[in-house]
Design a protein around this ligand. Structure first.
Ligand SMILES: [Fe+2]
Length: 327
């Protein structure tokens, strides 16, 4: 059986008596406690040891608790690292600054032991939930990679579309949060193909009507796979609608124009682009020049949002284009 690892708490305060008091409180709870009298030592501790939560005094000589909070949060953007700030009682201004620095909660000084423990326990629970969520997402991402790895022709397609979606979103000036959603949507858009037979997915010849009807179910299957996860809600429209067409002849809902969610209109272009620049069983990959001219010719033909397609052409023609997807 896996051994239970006690939570690790970092306490930073320039007053030694406060550190000793909190150390005693957390040790009594069975936690691993690490203490620091100032910010540099705290940063050193975080770089050397695994720390689950930090409690920082705001008023410290040198780097303040606010700045330390900001630095710790910027080092831990890929996962949830809870920080509690110790502020003077009813110090509203400090709390606003603390929130701006990313603090998750506050404790007034002199602190109440029960309140401190309750807040720490609740943030640790939240951290655990975040980790479970990350785990569930990672399982789904791994499924996509595994699905594509088995096929020489589509290997890396979803990862490339994810990277390209992020790059295109950035080109369009989307905020950081939206870029994360675009990337996730790109990676997951074809997850609904997961149960399909290789005979269909890798068929070197044109698909029969029956086979085509099976393939056309993948957006809805993909949406159903991801729907139970709260963190996937933002990408469901992309998964369901990435095969809709601007002229209304796509599937599964025959949506047209602006009725197609923006994220799905974006993915529709990128999905086709990556297919064009990749080798497929039925043809070699096309040169960039040819790909650009095909997209130009198709810009108003009814498959894609013409305005977005124009922006996409601008991006792939620019010198700064990273060329994700060209492989
Ligand atoms: Fe698809």
């Amino acid at each position: 059986m896996k051994e239970e690892v006690p939570p690790s708490v970092l306490v930073v305060d320039d007053i030694e008596a406060n550190l000793e008091l909190m150390e005693a409180v957390f040790q009594r709870e069975g936690y691993t406690v690490r203490i620091a009298l100032e910010a540099d030592t705290a940063l050193e501790i975080c770089s050397r040891y695994s720390v689950d939560i930090a409690i920082l005094d705001v008023m410290m000589p040198g780097i303040s608790g606010f700045e330390l909070c900001r630095r710790l949060k910027s080092q831990t953007t890929k996962y949830f690292f809870p920080v509690i700030l110790l502020t003077a009682l009813n110090d509203k201004k400090s709390r606003i600054t603390g929130l701006e620095c990313g603090a998750d909660d506050f404790i007034s000084k002199p602190f109440d032991v029960l309140e401190l423990l309750t807040k720490v326990r609740s943030l640790l629970k939240l951290k655990e939930l975040h980790e479970q969520l990350d785990h569930s997402e990672n399982v789904i991402f791994s499924l996509v990679v595994a699905m594509e790895a088995a096929d020489y022709y589509t290997k890396g397609h979803s990862t490339r579309v994810g990277a390209l979606a992020k790059e295109f979103g950035s080109f369009l000036g989307f905020p950081e949060k939206e870029l994360g959603i675009l990337k996730k949507a790109g990676i997951l858009h074809d997850i609904g193909k997961i149960g399909f037979s290789d005979n269909i997915l890798r068929k070197p010849a044109t698909l029969t009507t029956e086979e085509m009807n099976i393939i056309r179910r993948h957006p809805v299957i993909g949406e159903n796979i991801c729907r139970p996860l709260t963190s996937m809600q933002s990408v469901l429209p992309a998964i369901r609608s990435h095969h809709e067409r601007w002229d209304g002849t796509g599937y599964p809902d025959a949506l047209s124009g602006d009725d197609i969610p923006l994220i799905a209109r974006i993915l529709g272009i990128l999905d086709s682009y990556d297919a064009m620049v990749s080798v497929r069983p039925y043809r070699d990959k096309k040169t960039m020049e040819l790909v650009r001219s095909i997209i130009e010719n198709e810009q108003y033909a009814g498959q894609w949002d013409p305005e977005l397609t124009g922006f996409f052409l601008q991006m792939i023609s620019s010198d700064s284009f990273a060329g994700v997807g060209v492989g």
